[in-house]
Design a protein around this ligand. Structure first.
Ligand code: ADP
Length: 268
């Protein structure tokens, strides 16, 4: 099911460089059984943050990448035919509720409308998950936490979270890290030397400045890490940048040429 994975106690927390007090807010939300919404552009560290916090708190983690075909049944579970028998199979949300795990719904607004209906009784103080198909009404085990993310940038009017849903979550806003922090992250993730990382981060800043004019979205930290990784592996700088920081941003040839001019200005 949809990229869900389980992280058990004792697993070392993956590297995460905090931008502020988000780790404290997450821990407080978990301690008080409150759901949490992470808002911010793609590739700025939201998934890494949740993975890090789940390991810190010693909770299993179920991650679901939401898409426009994802329904409540995909999260809750369904009857499947197994060797001539019909058996109930829990979905990732039900497993998380039973085990007291953290369930992370990445890009939750992409999911079908019936998903929000399921989340409502889980996000108020009842903390229950009704499973219509089996007649069960599950009470969330201690430790269960619902975390969802969305990117306010590329919503259209039809795809935004309704106030009645948003107001059930604590919210944290994420953005790309400040240059000095992004340099630390990219160096750590790629192993590339700091001087070369610095130039890539400078370029990323310039590319982000084009958001709203030529580009719909600025380059993500994820893509800067990709570029640095390719360079560290021996790929020529220009080639790596084109593959990781130019081609993923646009299909428009004129805009691409403009971006490559920026690359030359920074590296030339
Ligand atoms: P999102 O979930 O916001 O789309 P990710 O969490 O997948 O983004 O981040 C993409 C990559 O960027 C991560 O795999 C990691 O390499 C890097 N990254 C971004 N922010 C951080 C951070 N604060 N600490 C550590 N790594 C980060």
């Amino acid at each position: 099911m949809d990229g869900s994975f389980d992280q058990r106690e004792g697993v070392q927390a993956p590297f995460y460089l905090a931008q502020g007090d988000e780790c404290e807010v997450f821990a407080a939300a978990h301690a008080n059984t409150l759901p949490l919404l992470l808002k911010g552009p793609t590739g700025c560290g939201k998934t890494r943050f949740v993975t890090h916090m789940a390991a810190q708190l010693g909770r299993p983690l179920y991650t679901v990448a939401c898409h426009d075909d994802l329904s409540a049944a995909d999260l809750i579970g369904r009857y499947l035919l197994k060797g001539g028998e019909t058996v109930w199979v829990d979905g990732p949300l039900t497993r998380a509720v039973r085990e007291g795990a953290i369930c992370y719904l990445d890009e939750v607004v992409e999911a079908r409308k019936d998903v929000t209906v399921v989340l409502h009784p889980l996000t108020d103080d009842r903390r229950i998950l009704p499973i219509d198909r089996t007649g069960e009404e599950l009470e969330a085990a201690p430790g269960f936490m619902l975390v969802a993310s969305y990117n306010p940038g590329y919503q259209n009017i039809l795809k935004t979270l309704k106030p009645s849903t948003r107001q059930r979550f604590l919210s944290l806003e994420f953005d790309f890290p400040a240059p000095s922090e992004e340099e630390r992250i990219v160096a750590q993730e790629s192993g590339l030397d700091p001087a070369r990382v610095k130039a890539l981060v400078r370029l990323a800043g310039k590319l982000r400045g084009l958001k709203g004019q030529d580009l719909e979205e600025g380059v993500s930290t994820r893509l800067v890490v990709y570029a640095a990784t390719l360079i560290q592996q021996g790929m020529p700088v220009e080639r790596a940048i084109r593959a990781a920081m130019v081609e993923p941003l646009t299909d428009d040839e004129d805009i691409k040429r403009g971006l490559l001019d920026l690359v030359t200005a920074v590296f030339g």
